[in-house]
Design a binder for this molecule. Sequence first.
Ligand SMILES: Cc1cc2nc3c(=O)[nH]c(=O)nc-3n(C[C@H](O)[C@H](O)[C@H](O)COP(=O)(O)OP(=O)(O)OC[C@H]3O[C@@H](n4cnc5c(N)ncnc54)[C@H](O)[C@@H]3O)c2cc1C
Length: 413
Amino acid sequence: MHVVVMGAGVVGVTTAWQLLEDGHEVTVIDRQPEAACETSFANAGLVAVGHALAWANPRALRTLVRSLIKADQPLRFRFRADPAFWRFSLAFLRQCTDARARVNSRIKHRLCGYAQQVLQQVVTATGVEYDGMRGGILYLHRTPETLERGVANLWILAEAGQPMEVVDRERAAEIDPALGPTKDRIAGAIFCPTDESGDASKFSRALAAVCAGRGASFRYRTTIKGVDVASDRVERVLTDRGEVRGDCYVLSLGSYSPLIEGLAERIPVYPVKGYSLTVPIDGANNPPTKGGIDEDNLCAYVRMGDRLRATSTAEFAGYDTSHRPADFAHILRSLRDLLPNAADYGRPQYWACLRPMTPQGTPIQGRGRYRNLYYNTGHGHMGWTMACGTAKITADLVAGRTPDLPLDGLTLR
Ligand SMILES: Cc1cc2nc3c(=O)[nH]c(=O)nc-3n(C[C@H](O)[C@H](O)[C@H](O)COP(=O)(O)OP(=O)(O)OC[C@H]3O[C@@H](n4cnc5c(N)ncnc54)[C@H](O)[C@@H]3O)c2cc1C
């Protein structure tokens, strides 16, 4: 079968790999000059199964109200005159109950755990290099109160079998000695020893090269305008460089998935902007040996080879990806406080991009009204963690196999 994959982010590339494994002919279309140039380019790199909580929960309402009152918050919620914004916000609010948060977190956690296993299989099978670091992630809390709340929040994942250890500041500094000099600034942490990290763009580009070597065709610098449909089938993809036909199609355009013209079906994905900072590490630095999240400041950090990456902020800015140095003040403050000598903070590279969020926080899988169109999109803040798993699910569906996980809560609804 000839499968056309729309999008060469981490989701599109991992899907291409799984489709090739099944012996399909694969064409991948992307507007950028290479794989992973947009949201998959400089994310935090955490494969954070131990953090697979739904963003929509009763506490999110408090955070939202605070963000309306105070500037420089990790959540920047502003009202917008955009119908898609209102649809997303209302649907998100409907998910903010204890019961919905519990269901969504369980689904997310199961998918993330599965995806991590598939990631490890892909790495073993291909040998791709991606500055991966195994050995756990530390979820750090500054005060006993926030640590207590963090433990209560993560309890739902502990119940689902997620390995985790609640540690005091001394033990946290033992787990990551880079925290030794500043351990007094935290009360403790939740350590998830099976979590890991790595550079999603390095991974995607290396995997794309493996796929190309196995015969996949990557049509870069090609912008998709829309699709032509006839009844319940997609007939062809329309691009600025002509049409592309296949037997079936996978939609993996991240935040841009709902903008594709020609589909008589609404895709509930909305962009939520995040900021990312990368700084070089040299021999004199004392970089972290584990990925971490400063939970009180919602700032994630990871060592990626000779670079330190840190990300933060969820901002409702439509499709705007612009950024100014002031947008990163919050991230730098958190990093300098916790890891003052981890990297050369004087040489920052700034970047911003859009998380493809669904109200539930779970990605969209399977088919909608078109028999030969498969959705693999809406991975939100955990697309790197989930990508290999949803790629395998998509390939299973294309092949007519039953996926390893039930699709409850993962299909268009
Ligand atoms: C600040 C930040 C930090 C994050 N940290 C983490 C983390 O630590 N762990 C984690 O698991 N996840 C993290 N994420 C989430 C993760 O990065 C995303 O979920 C993931 O990258 C989404 O991948 P994707 O392939 O769906 O989208 P993308 O990477 O955006 O890929 C979509 C592709 O479609 C292409 N495209 C779009 N429109 C068109 C068109 N019309 N024509 C042709 N091509 C088109 C784009 O060029 C792009 O290559 C983070 C996200 C952000 C913003």
